[in-house]
Design a protein around this ligand. Structure first.
Ligand SMILES: [Fe+2]
Length: 307
């Protein structure tokens, strides 16, 4: 692997499409301003950073995360661990009980096997997710990876007529839609529905911080159709895009090691959790989410025009 920087920290590329591992940093301690700046620059370049061999408490994970911006609070209290900013991504309860396959928290993980980007159901979706591996699958176990796909590369590889077709289109992202895809999930509460009404985002995302570079922006966990046509057309287009982004030349599959702390850019990556044998293996990850700074900018949004 190519070594890109040599100093107190080392950054090695993880795949041609995206991602780098970071060695030589202790995430349990505050970074100085220069380190935060270097991490930010590497994040902007690689879209995903994996800090190896970390040991952090929930408070330290929160303190690490907040260096990159304010954190989102999770809407579903039963999936948080202690603090509402720390999400328990696990088939194990916060109390340590290995959950049965029909538990809503395990079903929710199944939905995460669909390509998605975190918090797309918010009007202002998140900037980054940070996931820390506490208990991971043993060597040789099947599944359990987290797959990532680079939406800059996926957009740029589209045929020109598909780019033109997608340019004016939006997709409705619906928090409630998770229940449409996973009917065994218990219904959302009135409070959740009030907090997260359906939102619409452009399917082509314009990135003002990258001179207007474009990416695809859609998900498979909050709905299964693109707007702007009939339901059948929207579903067929959604199916086509799902197949397109699954191409391995855009993607990287992360095989978790204990102590991995992975931080990725939700503005330009999709991700999905590869299913594993939930009854045979325990897996515990903890997640924080760094809030975004504004709504998704599209080709025709104020701020998107002219880029
Ligand atoms: Fe996710």
């Amino acid at each position: 692997m190519a070594q890109l920087l040599v100093d107190s920290l080392t950054i090695n590329r993880l795949s041609p499409a995206l991602g780098a591992e970071v060695l030589g940093l202790d995430a349990s301690r505050p970074f100085d301003a220069a380190t935060v700046a270097r991490v930010r620059a590497a994040f902007q370049e690689h879209h995903l950073l994996c800090f190896r061999d970390q040991t952090v408490t929930d408070d330290e994970l929160t303190a690490f995360s907040i260096q990159f911006g304010p954190l989102e609070a999770f809407p579903e209290k039963d999936k948080t661990k202690g603090k509402i900013e720390v999400y328990n991504v696990a088939n194990v309860s916060p109390e340590g009980e290995h959950l049965p396959a029909h538990d809503p928290r395990v079903i929710f993980q199944r939905n995460n096997a669909r390509w998605h980007t975190d918090s797309s159901y918010r009007f202002v979706p998140s900037l980054a997710s940070i996931l820390y591996g506490v208990e991971v699958l043993p060597d040789g176990a099947e599944g359990g990876e987290t797959g990532f796909s680079n939406m800059f590369l996926a957009y740029e590889a589209l045929p020109e007529d598909m780019k033109r077709r997608l340019e004016p289109l939006h997709m409705v992202h619906n928090y409630e839609g998770i229940r449409r895809l996973e009917p065994e999930m218990p219904p959302t509460s009135a409070g959740e529905r009030d907090a997260f009404p359906p939102v619409s985002h452009p399917v082509i995302r314009v990135h003002p911080d990258r001179d207007g570079r474009r990416s695809l922006y859609f998900t498979c966990n909050t709905a299964r159709e693109i707007g702007g046509g009939t339901l059948e057309e929207g579903q067929a287009l959604h199916d086509w895009l799902r197949e397109h982004v699954s191409h391995e030349r855009f993607s990287y599959y992360h095989r978790w090691r204990p102590g991995d702390l992975v931080m990725w850019d939700n503005r330009c990556l999709l991700h999905r959790a590869i299913p594993y044998d939930y009854a045979a293996y325990r897996r515990v990850l903890r997640r924080t989410t760094v809030a975004g700074s504004g709504p998704v900018v599209g080709p025709f949004s104020a701020g998107g025009r002219g880029w």
